[in-house]
Design a protein around this ligand. Structure first.
Ligand code: SF4
Length: 500
């Protein structure tokens, strides 16, 4: 058996600040807890480790400013940047996901096709509003959805919740409120649409791609036909334009769930978004634990297949941008914001610790409270393990301090996770212990078996590859544009992986 001789690098520990490192695009990438980063050649890295980057070295000031060197380290400035990057831990619950009905509804005339004893009541909706507004965050988002279906089937309560929140907020806390309806449009009517527009309720839907992909997917996953979805996307676009609203701020936000058909369709999915004039696209992988084994056997794929698809689509979208088409990929824009700005976009499921209970709270139709919508889905699938209690017995502090919320926070703290603690991607990453629980049987899980670990690493790696290419300033310009663009739809939470 042969042997390998390893040489130990020369390391001047006393001269180095704290950083993590890895190899990307043939260079050494350094990152730190403030999200600062730098690419180094192998020679520069060896010089840094050996303490040879001192005053007079061409990169001394850059490394000093980023806190990679101890010499002249501005600890206060570094602490401020770390604090800014982690400000989500002080924000409190600000995303409230309200499931208004368990009815799915397939009719397009606004009429239910299922019997219902499964709608939220106005009393429960009011209690949710009171709990939410009691929180310390100055801005609140209410995401209004139906479980695997259509919240408009409980339109009276939806309307009451919005109106009650607006008037209660005016009389009491004066917070900045935002309402987002997640609808599959099966029960949309012109009357409902006009009320949503008049009350500034943002609208989000699912568009899986062109008709043949969307309709093939929805046959298995439930939800609406392509023709209905695009009709309502066009309707809202027309009405917003007629009212003179900014098209970059006011549009129907669409997201897609990738199935095997989606992977085969490739760029045609993106072209559908461009053709509809949509400014953003969000790729979401199918969740095998939500759809079940039979559907997964028909529609599923390997992680490698999905990430290969994602990378091809991201490059395709960047090429479109180079040709003047303004289309943003949501996950890439979230990660780009983390990499290219000192801010953190505050997405509760891509942060450390994960924001279940501390950033997001979810409410079931019957008034039971969960730390996040994924936890509510776990309950819907038959396991109530994440239930925190009933709305009438809870307040915000009780949620944040709940042992289940604390356990989720402890499990998702990347600083204490094996692999994550040494990973260069740690400042830009996060994972869901609820998903680890479902997929691996415990909150902590193991990163090599974690889909988000692979997904986030793939996205960050691709973005850093683009940033490392000094001949491609255009790509950096596009990513910078994505990182500063803000729409009212953007950035508090990614889509639930439950299909609707
Ligand atoms: S989850 Fe994976 S990519 Fe993210 S910090 Fe941990 S090891 Fe790195």
């Amino acid at each position: 058996m042969g042997s390998v001789t390893l040489s130990q690098p020369e390391v001047a520990t006393d001269s180095l600040g704290f950083f993590r490192w890895g190899r990307v695009a043939g260079q050494v990438l350094l990152t730190n807890d403030a999200g600062d980063w730098a690419f180094l050649s192998e020679a520069e890295f060896n010089d840094l480790l050996a303490g040879r980057v001192t005053e007079g070295h061409p990169r001394f000031e850059e490394f000093q400013g980023k806190g990679f060197l101890r010499d002249g380290l501005d600890l206060d400035a570094l602490a401020t940047r770390v604090s800014l990057r982690n400000r989500h831990v002080r924000r409190g619950p600000h995303v409230h996901v309200v499931t208004l009905t368990l009815r799915r509804g397939e009719a397009s005339n606004g009429q239910s096709v299922e019997p219902f004893e499964t709608d939220m009541t106005t009393e429960t909706a009011e209690k949710i509003v009171c709990l939410a507004l009691d929180g310390m965050s100055p801005a609140m988002t209410f995401e209004l959805q139906g479980q695997g279906g259509e919240p408009l089937l409980n339109f009276e309560v939806l309307r009451h919740l919005v109106e009650f929140a607006q008037s209660h907020n005016k009389q009491t806390t004066g917070k900045n409120l935002r309402f987002i309806l997640l609808s599959n449009f099966t029960a949309m009517t012109e009357e409902a649409a006009e009320w949503l527009i008049a009350n500034d309720v943002l609208v989000s839907t699912i568009l899986d791609g062109p008709a043949e992909v969307h309709d093939a997917n929805r046959k298995h996953l439930g939800g609406s036909a392509h023709a209905d979805v695009v009709r309502w996307i066009d309707y809202f676009a027309r009405r917003y334009a007629a009212l003179g609203r900014d098209p970059k701020q006011w549009y129907v936000d669409a997201r897609m769930i990738a199935t095997r058909q989606t992977l085969e369709a490739g760029p045609r999915v993106v072209d559908e978004y461009v053709g509809r004039g949509l400014p953003t696209i969000q790729f979401t992988a199918l969740d095998r634990f939500v759809v079940g084994a039979d559907t997964w056997a028909k529609l599923g794929y390997t992680v490698t297949e999905y990430l290969d698809f994602y990378r091809r689509m991201l490059d395709y979208i960047l090429d479109l941008n180079r040709r003047g088409v303004e289309l943003t990929e949501r996950l890439a824009s979230i990660v780009a914001t983390k990499i290219l700005t000192s801010d953190d976009p505050g997405i509760v499921d891509i942060q450390s610790p994960y924001g279940a209970g501390s950033g997001q709270i979810a409410y079931n139709v019957d008034g039971r409270v969960f730390p996040c919508d994924e936890a509510r889905v776990v309950d819907a699938l038959g396991d109530p393990i994440f239930e925190l209690g009933r709305i009438e017995n809870m307040n915000t502090l009780g949620v944040v301090r709940h042992p289940t919320v604390r356990a989720i926070a402890a499990a998702s703290l990347l600083d204490s996770q094996p692999m994550c603690t040494d990973c260069w991607n740690k400042p830009y990453c996060g994972f869901s212990p609820v998903r680890s629980f479902v997929a691996q049987g415990d909150l902590f899980g193991q990163r090599p078996h974690c889909f988000e670990c692979k997904e986030h690493m793939a996205v960050s790696t691709r973005l850093f590859e683009l940033l490392a290419d000094e001949n491609d300033s255009e790509a950096k310009g596009i990513l910078t544009r994505w990182s500063v663009a803000r729409s009212p739809h953007a950035f508090d939470t990614r889509a639930t992986r439950e299909t609707f």
